[in-house]
Design a protein around this ligand. Structure first.
Ligand code: MCN
Length: 787
């Protein structure tokens, strides 16, 4: 392949060689000499006081080395896990200890850890730990938790209220809705989801007493942040003596961004015992101990004028935060949600109020899309329902309200300034791919035959590429959100790229290598991308919020510019010409208008064997860059789905799913398609299948395994039809926007809209998700659906 054509090429993922041949190296694959195994004793109660913990029997079990409780850790000075996002000065931030000290607050809350020579011994001995609980009433529903007399989760948070957050102009929005020609209103639950990465979370603490150094291996999306929180807040360790390694990670979908109790437990107990300590979750443990996603109760009203133009949007949301604040939890239902409520539309007035609430449930935090799927669901369900209510075609109603291509940069009433877009272009393309008019005809014919076909649209926008650090600071994020890169050109011209992002399925080892090979004009095989080890890479901010290409890729690009600038000086010296007389093409510095040239490899060698070298230049060819973006990136798109509902059983069959996404300039279209496919599958999962259920009486998680929690499978999904549109991002050097969450953000509303479209003529306006056959059937019969 011509070196210069790597950007935009559907290169196969280089990392897959090791993954598909079983040679990936995940945390649980790592076996260290003298390693011990941890098993965590978890609360079977949603809410209880711990009267006493009896550990003697467990300690005597063969193979057991130690049993620790929350009190042991507290007495040893171990601090609380902090949250990284402050929402307003009044936000309540009760302590969250790695093991509960006085009270347990959800089923799965850790109370003790058993550490033994084998995992089996640790597990067996854990059964011998006797905890004397005084059970307390529990509350799992966020609206119930706000009611007077509800069980109190934390004394520090009266009424279970963590914060009240609002954005937008309340009075102007109220006025706009009061005088609107038509108001569409929806009350709904955006249900709780449980992430299920293929690889369960795992951690190994490895303390080396000789060097007084701690290494933490952890299946994390975010190694530097974990090290910072662990050192500065929880264990009070010198940061330079701690190394965090996130080796191969088998998916995260957001759930591995956060600093988890088990990381603290393994790190601390390894220091105590002077031996490595490993913990690996079993799947049912992941169900209760990985942070969950979504869980909003929302009332939303959208007002329209006589011509179908949106005049205002009012949103009231109660967000369930679970029992403790997870690392980014406060920001997800607020800044990552409320700021996206303009969607793709010119909505003059928006007001949103969010109450963040503690309950006796697993903590809730970011899950693929994090706040943005919830915002898209609000906007796209309302627009679609309004179209039905006003008798306007849903595509036409959207067209009447789109922000137009010549209106960018576009300032929304909810803080964000969109940088670029062509929303109608994406909609037109997906309608054309689907042959929309023909589909509507088919729908009519099908209805005459008693068949229930539905067509759904979802025109989404997301803010990703998190974030300008200045903005992050202004909205309470307790971290910078730039990204780092280092490029080391070796004497033979081979290149190592160190990135502060973390790849756990997204294919960075391929796409980032494509950028480098393209820009340096060298073969892809000459580039190695390294990530996930704080001892090797500059301080980085990790992977989430579809930020890695836009920020991490841009940092790599900036470092490449420095490499090229230095290489040019060396080349000019070797060729005895001025730097301006050189052009760099296909890996060669060429004297303009001549055939005299020097290859990049020769320049690299000269940098390390500087016998004949410019006087004022340092040897070596290695550069760093930290890239802080000027704005978020704003990918968008239009998705369309076609469903058929079985009138007898209520079963929804997804017949077609089409997506046109605009993720700016594409580095690797095959990887982007894969990202969209995976994202859509997760979005469809929320619409039709997935949903966490708690027993309201006793707070037990009823969907605690894959037997009860339905993930989408291949046979639930059609073959997706994918189209692209490219509107380059105007403010990063690659012109790239994010792609990692787009599918999830669009798909949920798209599928629900299709089902409602199929049933609207039967009087169905809404069905709670997931749209199980029973609920759909009940809705068709006019029976209550919230069971
Ligand atoms: N890409 C591209 N051209 C673009 C945009 C992206 O070629 N214009 C490529 C990128 O180079 C990268 C991939 O697409 O290889 C995704 O890039 P990006 O959108 O920057 O997203 P991140 O790499 O930051 O990944 C995060 C995102 C999120 S937030 C979740 S959640 C998610 C996702 O990615 N979790 C995933 N995709 C996942 N895919 C897998 N397999 N596993 C997960 O856990």
């Amino acid at each position: 392949m011509e070196a210069r054509t790597y950007i935009g090429a559907p290169v196969r993922r280089v990392e897959d060689r090791r993954f598909v041949t079983g040679r990936g190296r995940y945390t649980d694959d790592i076996v260290l000499p003298g390693m011990l195994y941890a098993w965590i004793v978890r609360s079977p109660h949603a809410h209880a006081r711990i009267r006493a913990i009896h550990t003697e029997k467990a300690r005597q079990h063969p193979g057991v080395v130690a049993v620790f409780t929350g009190k042991d850790m507290l007495d040893d000075g171990v601090g609380s896990l902090p949250t990284g996002w402050q929402i307003g000065a009044d936000m309540k931030e009760p302590p969250h200890y790695a093991l509960a000290v006085d009270k347990v607050r959800y089923v799965g809350d850790g109370v003790a850890v058993v550490i033994a020579e084998t995992k089996a011994a640790a597990r067996d001995a854990a059964e011998l730990v006797e905890v004397d609980y005084e059970e307390l009433p529990a509350v799992v529903d966020a609206a119930e938790a706000l009611k007077e007399g509800a069980p109190l989760v934390h004394d520090e948070a009266p009424g279970n209220l963590c914060y009240v957050w609002e954005l937008g102009d309340r009075e102007a929005t109220d006025r706009a809705l009061a005088t609107a020609h038509h108001v569409t209103r929806l009350e709904f639950v955006n249900q709780r989801l449980i992430p299920n990465a293929i690889e369960p979370r795992a951690a190994i603490g490895h303390y080396d007493p000789g060097r007084d150094e701690l290494t933490l291996y952890t299946s994390s999306q975010n190694p530097h942040l974990i090290r910072l929180l662990l050192c500065a807040f929880v264990l009070n360790l010198p940061e330079h003596k701690v190394r965090v390694i996130s080796p191969d990670v088998g998916g995260g979908f957001g759930s591995k961004i956060f600093h988890y109790p088990e990381e603290v437990i393994c790190a601390w107990s390894s220091r105590k015992l002077g031996r490595p300590v490993k913990w690996t979750a079993v799947r049912s443990e992941s169900f209760v101990s990985d942070a969950h996603g979504r869980d909003h109760i929302t009332t939303a009203e959208m007002g329209f004028d006589r011509d179908g133009r949106i005049v205002g949007l009012r949103v009231r949301t109660i967000a369930n935060l679970g029992a403790y604040l997870s690392t980014f939890a406060p920001g997800v239902p607020t800044w990552l949600y409320g700021t996206l409520l303009a969607g793709q539309y010119k909505t003059p007035h928006i007001h949103v109020e969010v109450k963040g609430v503690f309950t006796n449930t697993t903590p809730v935090d970011a899950y693929r899309g994090a706040g943005r799927p919830e915002a898209t669901y609000v906007v796209e369900r309302l627009v679609d329902l309004a179209a039905h209510e006003m008798g306007i075609d849903p595509a036409e109603l959207r067209r009447r309200n789109f922000i137009q291509p010549d209106e960018f940069p576009y300032q929304t009433p909810v803080v964000l300034q969109y940088d670029s877009g062509n929303y109608e272009g994406a909609l037109n393309k997906v309608l054309e791919m689907a042959d929309y008019e023909q589909l509507r005809e088919e729908q009519k014919r099908a209805r005459e035959q008693g068949r229930l076909l539905g067509i759904g649209l979802s025109c989404y926008i997301e803010a990703c590429g998190l974030a300008p650090s200045k903005v992050a600071g202004a909205i309470g994020v307790r971290a910078g959100l730039y990204e780092s890169a280092a490029i080391r050109v070796l004497p033979t011209g081979k290149v190592q790229v160190f990135t502060g992002t973390h790849s756990h399925g997204q294919g960075h080892e391929t796409t980032f290598a494509q950028i480098v090979a393209h820009e340096l004009g060298i073969p892809l095989e000459d580039v190695e991308v390294i990530h996930g080890d704080t001892a090797e890479i500059p301080f980085g901010m990790g992977t989430y919020g579809s930020r890695s290409l836009a920020t991490g890729g841009s940092a790599i690009y900036r470092a490449l510019e420095k490499i090229k600038a230095k290489a040019r000086k060396i080349a000019a010296h070797k060729l005895e010409v001025a730097e301006e007389d050189l052009e760099f093409r296909n890996g060669q510095f060429i004297v303009k208008g001549t055939d005299r040239a020097i290859g990049f490899g020769d320049v690299a060698l000269t940098a390390y064997v500087p016998h004949d070298y410019p006087e004022d230049l340092e040897p070596g060819l290695e550069e760093n860059a930290f890239y802080d973006p000027a704005n978020f990136t704003f990918p968008f798109g239009a998705h369309l789905s076609v469903v058929e509902v079985d009138p007898e059983t209520g079963k929804v069959k997804l017949l077609r799913y089409l997506a046109v996404d605009d993720v700016g300039r594409i580095i690797n279209p095959m990887i982007v398609e894969g990202q969209i496919h995976g994202g859509v599958a997760q979005g469809v999962g929320q619409a039709l299948l997935e949903g966490a259920a708690y027993d309201r009486e006793n707070g037990q998680l009823l969907t605690g395994s894959l037997l009860d929690y339905a993930l989408p499978r291949a046979d639930d999904l059609p073959s997706f039809e994918i189209g692209h549109q490219e509107t380059p991002c105007p403010h990063n050097p690659l012109g790239a926007k994010g792609a990692g969450e787009a599918g999830t953000i669009a798909a949920t509303a798209c599928v629900v809209n299709a089902v409602i479209d199929a049933l609207y003529h039967l009087g169905v306006r809404d069905i709670p998700m997931p749209l199980t056959p029973e609920r759909v059937w009940r809705a068709m019969k006019g029976l209550p659906t919230d069971g």
